[in-house]
Ligand binder design. Structure first.
Ligand code: SF4
Length: 694
């Protein structure tokens, strides 16, 4: 696959890394990929790509790929290779046995934001229809679940409001807790183009992100916020808008629920939310906050883009609500150039949420307790469904440790490395009597598994991914699956062995079923996708070719709802023992836990995770560039190499989590968002000291 040569033909498919969802031409020679070329006809990327995507094909045939199913009765035993039939029957028998012994709710599964919509749909269908419970959750739980909650509560739909191209019509771009240059490179470049053309930039982030260094910026305001104080900041921005009379009365009166607005207005105009009152909490000068609020409110088209620096907090959902409040109060919804835009981390975070992965929602965010949609699914699937929401990932861990949850099927997520408080996660995994891991590589989670099912990479299957702008892109099979099965076939076979036969001949048939059952997808089909190139949902009778801009005339709930957002400080506090705040993020050349990118050529550029330390904090501790540094928190300890930089504020340290040995999640806490249990990865009180060796 890595040999170069003249291509004989090419196949258009979608990058499987970040939420931009770039289209690529996989250029082929025989059955081998010669190279990946960004596709000019790609609606999300218009012929651009980043370095990760270009090299992505390297991991697909890496020598570490799992090719044979493996089983064992006990995690201390060596693995035994098994045929697909034997491994799948072994897994199904174990899960059935656990249900007989411990009850229907003792097993569940986790879907992947890296797999296709069709695969995700099948996993949650198997759990609800075959396992007979709603113990389904997704790795989106640990990144953007607050987006789903906050945007549904205020705007009525759990999704971003714009397409990417909309940014080219923005006059003011507010970036909250996101670093598009590294985490969403192709969209980050588009944003920079607009900034070079003259749009104003407002950034709220504890780090001086690269976007602030865009050449020829007309105006940039950096609000260097203390980790954990987002809600105090968004409230103070809204306070300025309301008390200085900068709100959009016409929008509020015509589009919003006035009862909720009046209540929120009374709340937000209180002096305790003024920039001066919260200066000590946010660490940002009141004058800068006032300047930012005025610029945002007075822009013709002001747009908000946000990332995990918003969601991964104990008040993640509150902050998403606060963002929606600000957009409604300033009339920045329902046209190009404005909106509330979550930048999703993984390729199919939006899709995995859309497809009913959460324990309380069927596909299309239809609540499991609502009788009408549940009856619709019951009729189509031929079963009766439990109306009670099931366990979230963190509940599964707690229940496993309590001895009440015994069997787990994990598709494409390395929970032992990516979830916070590693010690707690490992204890939970060790407590399981059957852990089934379906993945490309022998990951950290697999150490605790009883069944290993080799997954298929994005090059080995057909299907769809939905990117951060709700755009459904086609994934096309470029090479045959290395281990003989595509992921959707594995789930289908497991459901059958469990006693619930499903029969699909191709992922297009799964999408046809999704369209039948999901009001926002009724017009979606592979035929239409192949004709149009891509479709942004909702796609139905009202929007037969999709919806680039949402909420143009009204909201799915009629009027937009303001919700009061009281700032409550996180329980994670600094003190004399742990005086610094650690926050985490990504680097351009790597992707998440690095399982894929570390197996491509770009691993050469980033061999280890480092700890960014402000020179002042380093100097008082005698730490120099490149020294080994011990980091301890209330949860655990790890060691990283020091990188001295003024990109971070004094009092804040920062690292990435791309390498399994770095142990970033050994030190993160088990605090989580009050509404969704999204972990608070972004705030950990730590102490650092120079150590002689790791
Ligand atoms: Fe595009 Fe993201 Fe893939 Fe880069 S990693 S090519 S920006 S989808």
């Amino acid at each position: 696959i890595v040999e170069m040569g003249q291509p004989e033909h090419s196949i258009v498919t979608t990058c499987a890394y970040c939420g931009v969802g770039c289209s690529f031409k996989a250029e082929m020679k025989g059955n081998q990929v010669v190279r990946m070329v960004p596709y000019k006809g790609g609606d999300a990327n218009h012929g651009h790509s980043c370095v990760k995507g270009r090299f992505a094909f390297g991991y697909a045939t890496h020598q570490d790929r799992l090719k044979t199913p493996m089983i064992r009765n006990n995690i201390n035993e060596p693995w035994q290779e098994a045929s697909w039939e034997k491994a799948i029957q072994f897994a199904a028998d174990k899960l059935k046995g656990l249900q007989q012994k411990y009850g229907r709710n003792s097993i569940g599964g986790i879907t992947s934001s890296r797999c296709t919509n069709e695969e995700t749909y099948l996993v949650q269908k198997m759990i609800r229809a075959a396992f007979g419970n709603n113990n389904t959750d997704t790795c989106a739980r640990v990144c953007h679940s607050p987006t789903g909650y906050g945007l549904k509560a205020t705007l009525g739909e759990s999704a971003g409001t714009q397409d990417f191209d909309s940014v080219m019509k923005s006059d003011v771009i507010m970036v909250l807790g996101a670093n598009p240059t590294d985490a969403h490179p192709v969209f980050g470049s588009m944003m920079r183009r607009r900034l070079r053309e003259g749009a104003q930039l407002i950034v709220a982030d504890p780090r001086h992100i690269d976007l602030l260094k865009t050449p020829h910026l007309k105006s940039a305001i950096h609000l260097p916020i203390k980790p954990g104080s987002n809600v105090a900041l968004i409230n103070s921005l809204a306070h300025v808008v309301i008390t200085e009379g900068l709100e959009d009365h016409a929008f509020i009166e015509s589009r919003c629920d006035m009862k909720t607005y009046d209540k929120w207005r009374e709340f937000i105009r209180d002096e305790r939310h003024s920039p001066e009152s919260v200066e000590a909490i946010t660490g940002v000068s009141a004058e800068k906050v006032r300047q930012a609020a005025r610029s945002f409110a007075q822009g013709n088209n002001s747009a908000i883009y946000y990332g995990l620096g918003v969601t991964e907090h104990s008040q993640g959902s509150t902050m998403v609500i606060g963002i929606a409040n600000l957009a409604m109060a300033t009339g920045n919804l329902g046209r190009e150039g404005v909106g509330v835009n979550p930048l999703r981390g993984q390729n199919n975070v939006q899709g995995s949420c859309d497809m009913g992965s959460f324990p309380h929602e069927l596909p299309g965010y239809q609540h499991i307790s609502d009788d009408a949609p549940r009856a619709h699914f019951e009729a189509a699937w031929g079963v009766s469904l439990d109306k009670e929401p099931g366990l979230r990932i963190s509940n599964m861990f707690d229940a496993a440790i309590a001895g009440e949850f015994k069997g787990l099927y994990v598709q494409g997520e390395d929970i032992a490395q990516s979830d916070p408080d590693t010690q707690h996660v490992e204890k939970a995994l060790r407590s399981l009597e059957c852990l089934i891991v379906q993945d490309l590589f022998l990951n950290e989670t697999a150490k605790f598994a009883h069944v290993l099912l080799p997954g298929s990479s994005f090059l080995e299957k057909d299907g769809t991914f939905t990117n951060a702008e709700r755009r459904i892109n086609r994934v096309r099979k470029v090479i045959p699956p290395l281990a003989g099965k595509e992921d959707w076939q594995i789930t289908m076979d497991l459901a059958k062995a469990f006693g619930y036969p499903m029969q699909y001949n191709h992922p297009s048939e799964i999408m046809d079923e999704i369209a039948q059952l999901t009001p926002t997808f009724t017009g979606v089909s592979f035929r239409l996708l192949d004709k149009l190139g891509s479709i942004q949902w909702p796609c139905n009778n009202d929007h037969p070719t999709g919806t680039p801009t949402m909420h143009v005339d009204d909201f799915p709930i009629g009027k937009g709802r303001f919700i009061v957002t009281e700032y409550i400080a996180t329980e994670e506090r600094t003190n004399s023992r742990f005086p610094l705040l650690l926050t985490t993020g990504r680097i351009l050349s790597q992707y998440n836990v690095g399982a894929q990118t570390r197996r491509t050529e770009n691993q050469l550029w980033h061999k280890e995770d480092r700890l960014d330390i402000h020179p002042h904090d380093a100097e008082v501790r005698g730490i120099k560039e490149g020294d080994w540094v011990g980091i301890s928190s209330r949860a655990g300890q790890t060691v990283l190499r020091a990188c001295l930089t003024e990109k971070v504020l004094p009092g804040v340290v920062y690292t990435t989590f791309h390498h399994p040995g770095s142990g970033a999640n050994v030190i993160t806490t088990d605090n989580s968002d009050w509404a969704t249990n999204c972990p608070e990865y972004k705030v950990t009180a730590v102490q650092i000291e120079r150590v002689t060796q790791p």
